[in-house]
Design a protein around this ligand. Structure first.
Ligand code: ADP
Ligand code: MG
Length: 319
């Protein structure tokens, strides 16, 4: 079952594109990462999903409820951690959460129980009676997450939950999110790559408002690794080097990446599956008396994939 269904979402701010034609599903119980550089449309998408503003076109459903026609039900089913939570710094954690429990319409009778529950779930017991303004950033973020849990949401939407935290706090928040995700559907945005491979079951990559890929981190790596690649850095006449590399048996394609200083050029050589060309590449360069600085196979990281996908997308833009 899908907890989140997004169909052709488009949002323009006047003439400026927020997102365009975004479609994806998130299965119930999944932790989905929403990855993209700043300005790629993560917050825009999340604000549409939480009924903060409507899309220009397209639609979405949360637990089967349409964001356009059934926004009350959508809000009941979702918890939202905005990019920067406007916490009341001069309130103690407990009072703050009790206040928002009231705002969210939780009855007086069940209010204290609910607040205790989210305090426990977010590891806030030891600071429950401290002023929010006196808390570390990591703890403030927990207060924001606790707040988003008050209505017992099935779907949690977290906008950059680890931004601005130190490495220890990041690990703690990550663990908290993973724990919360065991019973809920979570979509969390980040512009930091390791974040998604560590926390998420699947990842949506967006760039400049457009969806670039949706897959598991492992599949993304596999998908783009179909043709083995070798990086060659060599000095000499670039066209001639490129031709020589291209004429080696087993080479599928050669792309020149960049020309560096001192006449060094960088090439990416795509090869057929199962052929080992490191030695013959080194010999070829040597036979021509060119200088070989580096020859190594490319192991793709999520970062490479991201750059690869985004470059493909930019290539597609110009055609
Ligand atoms: N209120 C707004 N008015 C005009 N443009 C906006 C507004 N909010 C966002 N944008 C633009 O929409 C694009 C996506 O922004 P946003 O969703 O905030 O990206 P992200 O959260 O990935 O950093 C950006 O180009 C941004 O400048
Ligand atoms: Mg944002």
């Amino acid at each position: 079952m899908n907890a989140i269904e997004v169909e052709h979402l488009t949002k323009f701010y006047g003439p400026a594109r927020g997102v365009e034609d975004i479609s994806f599903n998130v299965k119930a119980g999944e932790i989905m990462g929403f990855l993209g550089p700043n300005g790629s449309g993560k917050t825009t998408t999340m604000r549409i999903l939480t009924c903060f503003f409507p899309p220009t076109s397209g639609t979405a459903r949360i637990c089967g409820h349409n964001i356009l026609t059934d926004s009350l039900a959508v809000r009941q089913k979702t918890g939202y951690l905005p990019e920067s939570v406007p916490l009341y710094l001069d309130m103690p954690v407990f009072s703050y959460l009790r206040f928002f429990a009231e705002v969210k319409g939780i009855t007086t009778k069940s209010r204290k129980g609910k607040v205790d529950e989210v305090i426990g779930a977010c590891g806030l017991d030891s600071v429950a009676h401290r002023l929010i303004g006196k808390l570390s950033k990591g703890y403030r973020q927990r207060v924001g997450i606790a707040q988003s849990l008050l209505n017992d949401p099935e779907v949690l939407i977290l906008d950059e939950p680890t931004i601005g935290l130190d490495p220890k706090q990041i690990i703690e928040i990550r663990n908290l999110i993973r724990g919360l995700g065991s019973k809920r559907t979570v979509i969390l945005s980040t512009h930091i790559l390791p974040e998604v491979s560590m926390t998420c079951d699947r990842v949506i990559i967006i760039h400049k408002g457009r969806l670039v890929a949706v897959d598991t981190p492992a599949n993304l790596i596999k998908r783009l690794q179909q043709t083995p690649r070798i990086i060659v850095k060599a000095g000499g006449p670039s066209e001639k080097i490129k031709d020589a590399l291209g004429s080696l048996p087993g080479v599928v394609a050669v792309t020149q990446k960049q020309s560096g200083s001192q006449g060094l050029h960088s090439f990416q050589v795509e090869t057929q599956e199962g052929v080992h060309l490191i030695n013959s590449i080194a010999r070829t360069i040597d036979n021509h008396n060119w200088t070989l600085q580096e020859v190594r196979p490319v192991d793709m990281t999520l970062e490479d994939i991201f750059i690869h996908l985004v470059t493909e997308e930019e290539g597609a833009d110009t055609t």
